[in-house]
Structure formats: structure tokens, C-alpha cells
Design a protein around this ligand. Sequence first.
Ligand code: RIB
Ligand code: CA
Length: 311
Amino acid sequence: MAPRPIIIDCDPGVDDAIALLLALASTNELTVLGVTTVAGNAPLSLTQKNARKICQLAGRLDVNVYAGCPRPLLQPLVTAEHVHGETGLQGADLPEPTLALQPQHGVSFLIDALTQAAEKITLATLGPLTNIAVALIQQPQLIENIEEIVVMGGAITHGNVTPSAEFNIYVDPHAAQVVMGSGAPITLISLDVTHQVLTTTERLAAIRALGSPVGQAAADMLAYYGTEDVDRYGLPGAPLHDPCVIAYLLQPTLYSHRQAYVEVDLASPLTLGRTVVDFWGGSGRPANAKVMLTIDANGLYQLLIDRIGKL
Ligand code: RIB
Ligand code: CA
């Protein structure tokens, strides 16, 4: 099969960085048409730079990186330095990127790429959905050229910012609802899945044992990443969120899923940003998303180590 054309929208962020490495190492299955960046884990000035650092680390100076929206649609920007460090890639000592930032705005690139697409494009979203929402507000018909929007975000049960809301959705809940209500084919990979994929010491050791600069940088970043989650949840490792999106594109059989109607709560200060997931039709609304339920975590790590071991 020909490689699947994708655009990765991200907010690097350590787990975004690992997801980018996995995608950029999988050239037989994925053609990365571009990387768009958004404010989220860190301000846009850092997320766009970090994306370029990771493309450079992967030896992929052919990848075009774009800066998108510097803030959510309505909410004030909330960042996550406590998880990803002041640079957004804490743990890794990567050189300043020589890969230039593309001059075109990330939203403009998304619109142009989808408008001119010879075949439908898959959007892999790893951060707040601001860029995607602005593109779809500008040109709703873009959904006709979208194969699938695979979203890391939301929670069927418990949030990680508030008891209800997951970070990517919490940061820009209005953008998330624009996307959920757009009519585009949505695949949702929530915290209920990503918390099954933990950076245990054995898995980190296997990444470090790759012995390559990429393996070293990945292990160094992951060594510090998510220590807050480990302490808070008492887990044997941090949930590795964003690589779950790329792993789905590479090996969907790692997952189980169910169709559901998903809507984002915009009304209540207590539950703002909650993804309300209706599996059983109680809302009377038709399903608008494929909601992932389980993942083979060992399978994901085998895939991850195999692929980044090739960089
Ligand atoms: O809640 C986890 C998500 O928020 C991940 O994408 C992480 O990188 C942050 O963007
Ligand atoms: Ca992210």
C-alpha cells in the first residue's frame, strides 16, 4: 500500500516529540505532508521550535514545520511546564534548529493542503485543537478532503487537568467542540487509553539500550516526563499519550473501539472541557466518533522501539 498522507498538529511537549519520532521513522506507512504547531504544553514560540528540533534529531530536514495559533479561541492559554519543563522538552539537550520555520501560517497551510489534496489527508492531532477548528470555521467543506482526524484528547472517565477535563480539550474546549461537531470522521484516543501505556523503567531501559542519539534523547526526555503523573496516580510510569495516535495509524489492530456520540461541555465551570461520551444513545444523537477503548501497550512499545531504532 502507498504511504498514508498525514499532517501532524502538535504542541511539543515530550510525548509529542516521541510521537513525531515514531511518525518520521515510519516512511513506508506515513507521508508527513507537514507539521503544524499550536500553543499548548508550551507557548507557540517554543512548540514550533521544539518541533523543528525533533525533525532535525530524526534527520528529516525535508519536513516543513509551521507555526499556527498562539492561543485558544476564547480561553486564556494554559501551559504545562510542570510536565514538560520550561523548554517544553525537558531532559533533552538538543541544538538550536537549523531547519527553518515555514513562513506560512499553520492554519493557512492546513487549508491549502486539504484544498489541493489529490487524495484525502489524515490529521493526527496531538495538542489543543485550535488550528484545526480555525481551518474548519474558515472552510467547513474541508471535511470532504479529510480521511480521518485522529485526536489525542478527552477522557471517558477522569480528566488530568480537572476531575472532568483532559489537557488538550481543557485548553481549548470551544475548538474541540468545533471539531467534534464538524462532521469529519473522528477517532478519539482519550486518557482512558493512554493511561494503559506507561513509561515503565523496563520500557525506558529498552529505549535507552538502542544506544543511538535518538534513543538517548528519547530516554532522557522520558526520564523526566510525567513524574507528576507518577506521583499523583501512583503509577509505575507516566502515560505516553501522543504516540498512541501514530501507533493507531501504523497498527490499528493494537486497539479495540466503540462508536459513540461525543460532545464537549462548554457550559459548566466545574466540568468545562469534559468530553461527554454517549455509547448507549442516551443523548439521542448519532455517533460522531470512533472511541478507542483498549490498547496492547507492549505492542505499542515494540513498535516504538523498532521504529525509532531505525533513526
Ligand atoms: O493530556 C495529555 C495531552 O496534553 C498530550 O497531548 C500532552 O502532550 C498534552 O498536549
Ligand atoms: Ca501534545
